[in-house]
Design a binder for this molecule. Structure first.
Ligand SMILES: [Zn+2]
Length: 410
């Protein structure tokens, strides 16, 4: 195996992945105008349906151009030895492997952020704006960007620095220590994400006493679920799209409702959505997902430790001086077909879990309000009612609306 062959394998992986995605997108787009299934005929009226068709077509075009652009940039960067250039730049500042690694990733992150920002700006202020979703101000957009970058620098940079340091100290044994750190971080974030990170971006306050809170408590009590932490978040600050999610476990478990969800849905529908979330918890989906992701991380780090000290990895992407940080990028590219595969499996499992959570809501509460809430949420996000099967199989973490309605009515 020479570096040249590895280089062409990497180019091949990136190209095949790009073509595969474009084929799936176009398959999906061919079905945008399929007749709407009987069960879903009440989701849109004629005007809204026309609007959803236009929204789908606009996004399809936008995604085509952005992905083509990023594919071209990635190939150009590889072919023009961009990694060698950035690595030399970082090495001109310091000899310390931790600092060089941090600078290397820092430069790449900032450059890619500068390149992609015009696209996300256009998506938010032109496309989402045109279809009436956008509520973000330019100030919020900019602040989100800066806060996101700062968090990435502190958390991502911190973990990277510690992992490189472990590698310097323990060689190929580093993966065990890295796994420990990443596991601690994952569990910690799962527990305290809502407490520590969310307040940086949103205002959240406990759901006020009243009919809705009472109905939620009554339901929770009826299934023996202690739920004292119910929060409302100002999602309307950024978008009209609605959401609800569950986070943490043990005494830290809490439910977060978007204010947009409370506006769009009736009380019974909100309780049904919560019953679905409680279903995820009761069926142990949250613990399963957490455990699986920790085990997968361990496996990936172990495989990484087998290859990371091989200089071929760095040479494969055109960098002469082998190093941990460059090897990490090359490994990430070579490993992507495997992570694609594990992603597929996780999507499949996630769709099974969604049915189980729906069944739980059906059995412990009611099916009908969940059906009407899912329909309203689909309508309010102008979602696609007729996705292609292959596209669903590859990309969807939730079953289609049609499949969920059919399952709930079974
Ligand atoms: Zn769910």
């Amino acid at each position: 195996m020479t570096a040249d062959i590895l280089f062409y394998i990497i180019i091949g992986i990136i190209t095949i992945n790009f073509i595969k995605d474009k084929i799936l997108d176009s398959l999906n787009a061919k079905h945008y105008n399929d007749p709407i299934p009987e069960e879903l005929s009440d989701v849109y009226d004629e005007d809204d349906y026309a609007k959803s068709q236009a929204y789908k077509a606009t996004n399809y075009g936008f995604n085509l151009w952005t992905s083509l652009f990023s594919f071209a940039i990635t190939l150009a960067f590889l072919l023009l030895d961009g990694f060698e250039f950035v690595d030399n730049l970082a090495r001109s500042v310091s000899d310390n492997p931790v600092i060089v690694g941090l600078l290397f990733f820092g430069i790449i992150m900032i450059a890619s952020d500068i390149i992609t920002t015009p696209f996300s700006y256009y998506k938010t202020f032109v496309i989402e704006e045109r279809f009436g979703f956008n509520k973000t101000t330019k100030k919020t957009f900019l602040l989100d960007k800066l806060k996101g970058l700062l968090m990435l620098a502190i958390l991502g940079g911190g973990i990277l620095a510690v992992v490189i340091w472990f590698y310097q100290l323990t060689g190929n044994q580093f993966w065990l220590y890295a796994w420990g750190i990443v596991t601690f971080f994952t569990v910690f974030m799962n527990m305290f994400y809502s407490k520590l990170i969310v307040p940086m971006f949103n205002k959240q306050k406990p759901l006020e006493e009243g009919e809705l809170r009472q109905k939620i408590s009554d339901y929770a009590k009826s299934v023996g679920f202690s739920l004292s932490k119910i929060f409302v978040i100002d999602g309307s600050k950024r978008s009209t799209k609605a959401n609800a999610y569950f986070s943490g476990f043990g005494s830290e478990k809490r439910v977060t409702l978007y204010d947009t969800l409370i506006n769009d849905l009736e009380d019974e529908e909100i309780v049904a959505v919560l019953a679905h979330e409680v279903g995820h918890y009761k069926r142990k989906h949250i613990i399963f997902n957490l455990t699986t992701s920790i085990l997968l991380t361990g496996l990936t780090l172990y495989i990484l430790s087998i290859f990371i000290s091989n200089p071929l990895l760095s040479n494969a992407i055109g960098v002469e001086t082998p190093s941990f940080h460059v090897g990490l990028i090359a490994f990430g590219l070579l490993y992507s077909p495997i992570s694609e595969l594990t992603g597929l499996i996780m999507n499949y499992v996630s769709r099974v879990f969604e049915y189980q959570a729906d069944d739980y809501a059906k059995n412990t509460y009611m099916a009908e309000p969940l059906i009407t809430s899912l329909k309203k949420l689909s309508k309010n996000s102008l979602s696609n009612l007729t996705p292609h099967r292959a596209y669903v199989f590859m990309h969807y973490s939730h079953p289609t609306l049609l499949d969920r309605v059919r399952n709930l009515r079974k």
